[in-house]
Design a protein around this ligand. Sequence first.
Ligand SMILES: *Cc1c(COP(=O)(O)O)cnc(C)c1O
Length: 543
Amino acid sequence: MPLLPHVDEIEVDPVTEALPGQDFGSRVELALAASNHLFNSRNSTRYVAQVLQGVNVVATKLDRTTRPFTGVGPAEMKARIGAVDLDRPLPDTAAALEELEAVYLRDAVYFHDTKYAAHLNCPVVIPALVGEAILSAVNSSMDTWDQSAGATMIERRLIDWTAGRLQLGAVADGVFTSGGSQSNLQALLIARNHAVAALRRVPANAGLRLPSLLEKLRIFTSADSHFSIQKSASMLGLGFDAVIPVPCAPDHRMDPAALAEAMAETHDAGLVPMAVVATAGTTDFGAVDPLAELAALARAYGAWFHIDAAYGGGLMVSNRYRHLLDGTRLADSVTVDFHKTFFQPVSSSALLVRDRSMLQHVTYYADYLNPESAALAEIPNQVDKSIQTTRRFDALKLWLTLRIMGAEALGALFDEAIDLAARVGSALAADDDFELAAEPQLSTLVFRYRPPVSGAGADAHGRLSEDAADSLNPAIRAAVFASGQAVVAGTTVAGRHYLKFTLLNAEATLEDISGIIELLRRTGAGLLASDNAGPAATNGASA
Ligand SMILES: *Cc1c(COP(=O)(O)O)cnc(C)c1O
């Protein structure tokens, strides 16, 4: 089996080489040297050598990194990067990679580290990195068949596979996107145009221009849903306040009775319920809204039913928790982020629709790219389904992941993270120094440091008061981040500050996370002690 030579064994001519027997003036020499950097058959050895150098640097980094971050601050990074003279290139790739150590790699935030527990960033799987290397080199663009060929068919197969797992039915379709925010935007764009088309069929609205129709549209989503819903509403000309936040039950799932009430009020006020956006895995609590009940309410009002499964989408390959996604079959559209719970590198996401004809709401024919004649000739131009034009072949990463690892293996990784979250939840619930905001539902934990204390700062139950906890917890988070020993997230619940773990690393153990908890405890106790020492010392001095 042919193996790639080790990087040190590859002989590469210097980039200024002239082709044999050629003699050029200096202008041509520059062009020749430049063309040595082009990805083509003449430079294939150089391509392998340089990419391997880059990969080796990362692998070496991986071997030597023992914490997720160094704690570097923005001012120092800005100064270091500002000092680079971008108009004076370095002699070779090795020199640039050496410089990269100081301007990026040394101080990057490493998601593969078991002490990284902050945001929905996953450790990535190697098959997807192989895909990333291939897709960026071949550089297919997904807008038209004549820029992608088989890549289009691979993307389409994966869309069908995903729609199948979500049980969206025989005429489902979809498209890869840059992320969950874009998927949500496209879903709501389709929902908006669908609602406008219905309004246009009402005789009383005949002749009304688009802006006056948009005024009437309302979107319902839980108070815990992702902010990309509000941003989408704004970009779609509806305004932030077209989004009606629906209260959640104590378990942070949208309360269907509250939705029914909000929809009835809107309807009675002569407004149009355009869409209900359910979340399958909220960003903070991992809550999966009661999909079937919300779908029924959406249907009763003729509203579009979108499910934002940016986080929970990985459940579709789960071996133990797949049932949590029951109900996706009732959706008009679904957002799935492969770069969260499918362990894919950024970016990789998709929007799925139950009825493929709905994607026509984003179709626009341009003679220079995708003329209508091409659609009539059934030439598969994915740009007809997308709000992007030039677009990466991100689907290749998922393709290779499924072909090399398989869906079950992928699901096992997410299952591990969910199980770990449950164990960490029990540990935190039993710990007097911490307060858990809710039982974990997927792989997140929202909690705060609120130890028993006495004297000033104590509440009636002898615990650190809510106000004191409010200033202490963000300070703990910042101090831990600055130490680089762990990275945790923060959020607010009912206006109060909390800490958050987002666990997606199947290799993290209970001991790893307990280590972070001990670090948080030590940091919190230290901050409390220094707070108390401050005023006490002053008193002592003035006495
Ligand atoms: C992360 C997230 C999004 C946004 O996805 P991006 O890929 O970051 O754009 C949307 N909805 C939910 C529930 C999320 O967790």
